[in-house]
Design a protein around this ligand. Structure first.
Ligand code: SAH
Ligand code: AVI
Length: 332
């Protein structure tokens, strides 16, 4: 019987990259689960709730920056361009750009969350009835695929939310490089990056008083139970947000409240009391640190917008090699 379970697990692992990642992550000395698995329908809804929390400043501040920057971004967007958004979620921030971009041929959101893509498409159809929306359900690291009649159009990339921070530096460099390749030479990318700040602001943003972020983190276990034949008991774990000073990032963990065993895809995993599953990194940048990261992936920073309190940054990058100091402008 166990052989059969093992065989099913092995087949699943071979054909489903998420299954392999989950098993590998839970087998490592520091257990981990990939953060893109937060976003099932419930996770996407909880993330939307997070964006409305007082403590979660990034959405509020980035939205205000985009309100101000949109006319300039629009003025540099060519007629007939395609707006490609990575990790579009609810596409609420996108509306700020769409209002200013009547010249677009299409909007192409990419997301792993089916519910988020469907809800956004329905809402955008009501608000922008003449806008062509071409969603892609899947990993935004995959090669960009657009309908044939859009393939030769100029592209504007949009990657808000500081989702780039959910990747380690080598992963982020690789992802930005893929985006440069997908969008093409001369394309622009408008990208949000959360700024490094005091943990007294960062930690409540990831551990809010109402417990919405805790529910978001713990929901991952329910998804693993449903989709990977696991038997996690979420009441035996608690949410924790930590500031990792050496890495300049907030980390989310799920802390095992006792010694326990959990079965996932037919494999047994043991936890000691206090042992954690690392579920998310959320890197925080300095402006220069972010410019260095972008440049290392083939992007030239053209403009940077930062709010007055210095909480969040939005960057306009160009897929070409130029010297930022000679060409760019920094706006505060
Ligand atoms: N852009 C929105 C949503 C950010 S939440 C905002 O700024 O508020 C991150 C989004 O990225 C979620 O909708 C999630 O489903 C999506 N996502 C995370 N990892 C992804 C991946 N590897 N490929 C595609 N989408 C991903
Ligand atoms: C999507 N991502 C950039 C969010 C963040 O801030 O890292 C996800 C999130 N995790 C906890 N709260 C919000």
């Amino acid at each position: 019987m166990l052989d059969l379970v093992e065989a099913v697990a092995a087949r699943r692992e071979a054909s489903d990259p998420d299954a392999a990642t989950v098993l590998r992550g839970l087998s490592a000395p520091q257990k981990s689960l990939p953060s893109h698995l937060f976003y099932d329908a419930r996770g996407s809804a909880l993330f939307e709730e997070i964006t409305r929390l007082e403590e979660y400043y990034p959405t509020r501040v980035e939205t205000a920056i985009l309100d101000e920057a949109a006319p300039q971004i629009a003025s540099r967007t060519p007629q007939g361009a395609v707006l490609v958004e990575y990790g579009s979620g609810s596409s609420r921030k996108t509306e700020i750009l769409l209002e200013r971009l009547p010249q677009l041929a299409a909007y192409a959101p990419i997301d792993v969350s089916r519910s988020a893509l469907e809800e956004a498409k329905a809402r955008l159809a009501r608000r922008f009835p003449s806008l062509r929306v071409e969603p892609t359900l899947g990993d935004f690291a995959a090669p960009l695929r657009l309908p044939a009649d859009l393939a030769m159009r100029p592209r504007l990339g949009f990657f808000p939310g500081s989702t780039i921070g959910n990747f380690t530096t080598p992963e982020a460099r690789d992802l930005l490089g893929r985006m440069a390749a997908g969008l093409g030479a001369g394309a622009r990318l408008v990208i949000g990056a959360d700024l490094l700040k005091d943990p007294s602001i960062l930690i409540p943003a990831y551990d809010d008083a109402q417990g919405v972020t805790a529910a978001f983190n713990l929901n991952m276990l329910e998804r693993i139970n449903r989709e990977f034949g696991a038997d996690f008991d979420r009441s035996r774990f608690r949410h924790e947000a930590r500031f990792n000073e050496a890495e300049g990032r907030v980390e989310m963990h799920l802390v095992s409240l006792r010694a326990q065993r959990v079965v996932v895809l037919g494999r047994m995993f043991s936890f000691t009391a206090g042992e954690t599953i690392h579920t998310e990194n959320s890197a925080k940048y300095s402006m220069r640190g972010f410019h260095r990261l972008a440049a290392s992936a083939g992007w030239t920073p053209k403009r940077t917008w930062i709010d007055r309190a210095g909480l969040f940054s939005v960057h306009e990058l160009a897929a070409e090699v130029q010297d930022f100091a000679a060409d760019g402008r920094v706006e505060r």
